[in-house]
Design a protein around this ligand. Structure first.
Ligand SMILES: NC(=O)c1ccc[n+]([C@@H]2O[C@H](COP(=O)([O-])OP(=O)(O)OC[C@H]3O[C@@H](n4cnc5c(N)ncnc54)[C@H](OP(=O)(O)O)[C@@H]3O)[C@@H](O)[C@H]2O)c1
Length: 288
């Protein structure tokens, strides 16, 4: 198939691109690095040339915090919705949207709400839309994965409150496998939560990442919620990752039943054994 892949230069997009090419597909990459800025792709007509000869579309564009030129509503909702409508217009049937765990009825953050708006827009159209909602993804080359690795290696590991927030980190290979599985054949459902097989507290996840780096168990530095929010408001100047909403989302914690994605893939999910942290998805994907 000829596949248009937005977000092709990102963590998820790069891994998808490798796996798609290995599987014999031809990928048309879209990102600013590939010369396409989504902030300028807000109408279906903007996408028509990109869709010429395309059989399926994967949207893997996203940001975790806003800057002046990079807004959630533009990148997560307006541009993808224009792309999805263009797909409907020209008859590209299969469209896979990478959303996020928590972009559902419980959403409160601008991140999740903007994702949910695009998911809903896609599912309203006359295309075979499929929404993939991953939890925290780990694997080599991920920005947040790398940040968590660095934080876990600190002599004192800062954790929100006492680090009891729950999460189900999922390996990039399982996200890639889900998208590939969603590209052809009948779909048993239209939305799927892609979570890892184990639930960790944030504190336990930090210790697991330390073990993966050959470090002994570390000491935790509990940070009260209010202080964390204040620090984020200041830190936002340095990195959009420090958005206070990201603390609120971490605090809420998002979980899903991992048996659903296991049934979808028809195989067990990868367990976060230490060696997995540093593998490329393409290598693992070929072996699973
Ligand atoms: N990583 C996770 O743990 C995780 C978890 C759940 C959901 N997700 C979702 O998965 C998707 C991919 O995440 P990721 O981790 O791969 O993020 P990433 O590494 O930051 O990649 C983001 C991608 O979006 C592109 N992009 C950003 N602004 C753009 C613009 N103005 N025009 C064109 N392209 C633009 C980037 O390309 P350029 O910078 O070259 O433009 C890049 O290819 C996102 O929707 C994210 O919300 C990720």
């Amino acid at each position: 198939m000829n596949i248009l892949l937005t977000g092709a230069s990102g963590f998820v997009g790069r891994n998808l691109g490798m796996a798609l090419t290995t599987a014999g597909h031809v990928v048309r990459p879209v990102s600013r690095r590939h010369g396409v800025d989504l902030t300028k792709m807000l109408s279906p007509t903007d996408w028509l040339a990109q869709l010429d000869g395309i059989d399926a579309v994967i949207n893997a564009v996203g940001i975790i915090g806003e800057t002046r030129g990079q807004r959630f509503d533009v990148l997560h909702t307006l541009a993808p919705t224009a792309l999805f409508r263009a797909c409907e217009q020209v008859g590209v049937r299969r469209v896979v949207q990478i959303s996020a765990l928590g972009a559902d009825d419980t959403a409160f953050s601008a991140y999740h709400l903007s994702k949910r708006a695009a998911d809903e827009a896609l599912l309203r159209l006359d295309v075979d839309g499929f929404v993939v909602r991953p939890s925290l993804i780990y694997g080599r080359g991920g920005t947040s994965a790398a940040l968590f690795l660095r934080v876990s290696a600190l002599p004192l590991i800062p954790v929100l409150e006492v680090g009891q927030q729950r999460l189900q980190p999922v390996h990039i290979s399982d996200v890639v496998a889900t998208v590939l599985r969603a590209l052809d054949g009948p779909l048993p459902q239209r939305t799927i939560d892609v979570v890892g097989p184990q639930t960790f507290t944030f504190a336990d996840w930090m210790q697991t990442l330390r073990v993966a780096q050959g470090l002994p168990q570390g000491r935790l530095l509990p940070v009260p919620h209010r202080l964390a929010l204040k620090m984020c408001r200041l830190g936002q100047v340095l990195t959009p990752l420090a958005a206070p909403d990201n603390v609120r989302m971490l605090r809420k914690g998002y979980l899903a039943d991992s048996r659903v994605i296991e049934r979808f893939l028809g195989r067990p999910l990868l367990r976060p054994e230490p060696y997995l942290q540093f593998e490329d998805a393409a290598i693992l994907w070929r072996n699973t």
